[in-house]
Design a protein around this ligand. Structure first.
Ligand code: HEM
Length: 410
């Protein structure tokens, strides 16, 4: 454990996290303050814990590049065919151009129009477990819901839903094996697979994208192939890679948000009662959940020019781990940072990042979080965690997410 304890509110925060069994390395969640806002560990990785310092990193892409593939993947080679069109690991000017084109297709209006369908999908998934004494939140709702939403958004027919889920399962499995450092998790795990789209899915999406060029429909794939800025369009490969990126970054994170929000409510019955009686409180609840248990605890950047953060020199070639989660508990920014307070206003958390890479899916994630929470509270008035079946968390160093969340509902 690093850092110094932060008093009584920290003790309460620690009790909550200990009860859940969340990864010890997230020491700030246990109410401990980092000794310094920036620390270099024994491997030369620059850990950035302070809010102000994280903003310095994400505000300076010339010094802190998002192209971290080489630093993170080490000996794993990444075929550029699979990175063309992806936003997260690109830098300006490519990123600027790409984001402009993609933003023309993936609009707030398109997301807002999904609301009625999202309500139906949530009910449909919960109907399947209706009548049971308990549900397993991750498997029954949090994991499948965002996959279905993104595939419908793209325009994947309902009949291919299961196929899509199988591919996403494979990617998620490989990603967990690779990023948890457990290459033995499954003998079949191909480390390469975690870094790229499943070949069958690549092929599937490519065919669909090509078809949309001649037979346009009312879906995101069509909008992506049609989007144009200064006469430039996305290639089929770029469309497919971006569609894949949406699935990779948009499903596990949203799933995490749902589980984390329910755990926060479960630990705070007074807030649970308030939100249940007043859905207008749900948006504030979701924001506080993103701050308190940030699904992407850490994002990574690669230092490419001499820099300095809080007096610590940072050199090219160093991996910079920006802890969004620790920054979201920075007492220089947030009053009583270890108190879960859905009424916090303003709540300038950086759970969705900040700057040029600010999460493109934030409106979608917020809507999914709000709808799923409201429907769950409405359908299951007695919903609570099961003391005999505690939740399990993904064994990843950069993600705060339940992998299993049994809930009693009767
Ligand atoms: C970027 C968090 C849901 C699409 C990001 C970043 C964060 C983040 C922290 C920036 C990473 C960086 O700076 O390196 C989250 C969280 C989510 C969520 C916590 C759910 C609670 C989604 C969803 C989608 C999505 C649902 C789309 C379906 C993206 C994309 C980027 C991104 C495309 C890259 C943007 C760019 O590089 O310009 N997200 N995300 N995210 N997110 Fe999300």
């Amino acid at each position: 454990m690093t850092g110094t304890p932060a008093g009584a509110e920290g003790t309460e925060a620690a009790a909550f996290v200990d009860r859940l069994g969340i990864n010890d390395e997230f020491f700030w969640l246990r109410g401990h303050r980092p000794e310094h806002p920036v620390e270099v560990n024994d491997y030369g990785i620059v850990n950035v814990y302070g809010y102000k310092e994280v903003l310095e990193v994400v505000g300076d892409p010339k010094t802190y590049s998002s192209d971290v593939a080489e630093l993170i993947a080490g000996d794993v080679e990444i075929d550029p065919e699979f990175s063309d069109g992806t936003l997260l690991q690109s830098d300006p000017p490519d990123h600027t151009k790409l984001r402009k084109i993609i933003s023309k297709a993936f609009t707030r209006g398109m997301v807002a129009a999904l609301e009625p369908r999202m309500v139906e999908i949530t009910h449909e998934l919960l109907d399947a477990v209706d009548g049971q004494d308990s549900i397993e939140m991750v498997n029954d709702l949090a994991y499948p819901m965002p996959i279905i939403v993104i595939s419908e958004l793209l325009g994947v027919p309902q009949s291919d839903r299961d196929l899509f889920k199988t591919w996403v399962d494979r990617m998620a499995h490989s990603a967990v094996a690779l990023t948890s450092g457990d290459r033995d998790l499954d003998e079949d795990v191909d480390a390469q697979a975690a870094m790229r789209v499943v070949p069958e899915m690549f092929q599937y999406l490519r065919e669909h994208a090509a078809e949309r060029r001649t037979k346009p429909r009312e879906d995101l794939l069509t909008k992506l192939v049609e989007a144009e800025v200064d006469g430039e369009r996305l290639s089929d490969n770029a469309v497919v890679n971006f569609a894949n990126e949406l699935l990779v970054v948009g499903h596990a994170t949203t799933s995490a948000l749902l589980g984390n929000t329910l755990l926060c409510l479960d630990a705070h019955p007074e807030h649970l009662a308030a939100v249940r009686g007043n859905p207008d409180l749900t948006p504030g609840l979701i924001e506080e959940s993103l701050r308190y248990l940030s699904p992407i605890a850490t994002a990574y950047k690669a230092c490419v020019a001499e820099g300095e953060l809080a007096g610590v020199p940072v050199h090219p070639g160093q991996l910079v781990a920006i802890s969004l989660s620790a920054a979201n508990r920075d007492e220089r920014m947030f009053a009583r940072p270890h108190v879960f307070d859905p009424y916090r206003d303003p709540n300038p958390h950086i759970g969705f990042g900040r700057g040029i890479h600010f999460c493109l899916g934030a409106p979608l994630a917020r809507m999914e979080g709000r709808i799923a929470t409201d429907i769950l509270l409405d359908r299951f008035p007695k919903m609570r965690t099961d003391p005999d079946n505690p939740p399990a968390f993904l064994p990843l160093p950069h993600v705060i997410s339940t992998s299993e969340l049994p809930l009693l509902v009767r």
